[in-house]
Design a protein around this ligand. Structure first.
Ligand code: GRF
Length: 198
């Protein structure tokens, strides 16, 4: 699992994994910066952690390779990015492409990028939400695994809307990861099916 922030989605997954029937185990949590709430939550749960800071690598290419090696050491079946604020590169996708997912706080393909909640609010949409996608080389452009809709309320600011989205996002990520690990998934073009009946 890769995080950059407070790690509330990570916490939801840690809690879900406590049930053996969920079918997943978090083998490690990595961050791209020091002092994240996500790494603190992992440590509290006894999960191995690592930090790979871009500033410690000579360039982005080497950072990507170092991150790939860190993750590879734990032999994950699935990489889950939740609030991880860096784009991974060719080395990482060469190793984990097709089995790395990301969660995004908007209904893609609307509002990709780092300011999706602000952008949705500024645009004036009445419904937004969250998307869990397979990561490809683009920005929030991979095939969509699951989405949930969330209403935008008249009095919302970025913080209240993001918090409402994150409530839905935690549930969506837990549900999606659980179904992926229990039933598998297949990809045809942009269309992803989880389990035999999709
Ligand atoms: C989520 O909304 C995620 O989509 C976004 O950052 C938030 C992460 O929240 N990119 P948390 O760190 O899991 O609390």
């Amino acid at each position: 699992m890769l995080v950059s922030g407070t790690g509330s989605i990570l916490q939801a997954l840690i809690d879900a994994c406590a049930d053996p029937g969920f079918g997943a185990r978090i083998v490690a949590v990595g961050a791209d910066r020091d002092g994240t709430g996500g790494v603190a939550r992992a440590e509290a749960a006894g999960i191995p952690t690592f930090v790979q800071r871009l500033g410690d690598a000579p360039d982005r290419f080497m950072w990507d390779r170092k991150l790939t090696v860190d993750c590879h050491m734990f032999e994950p079946d699935l990489i889950v990015a939740a609030g991880f604020l860096k784009l991974v590169g060719a080395a990482f996708l060469g190793r984990f492409g097709g089995r790395m997912i990301n969660t995004h706080p908007a209904l893609l393909p609307a509002f990709p990028g780092l300011h999706s909640v602000r952008d949705a609010l500024a645009y004036g949409v009445k419904v937004t939400g969250c998307s869990v996608i397979l990561v490809d080389a683009g920005v929030d452009s991979g095939p969509i695994l699951a989405q949930a809709a969330v209403p935008v309320l008249d009095g919302d600011d970025e913080a209240t809307l993001h918090e409402r989205i994150k409530v839905a996002e935690r549930e969506l990520v837990v549900d999606t990861v659980g179904r992926m690990v229990r039933y598998g998934w297949s990809v045809q073009g942009r269309r992803v099916r989880i389990g035999a009946s999709g």
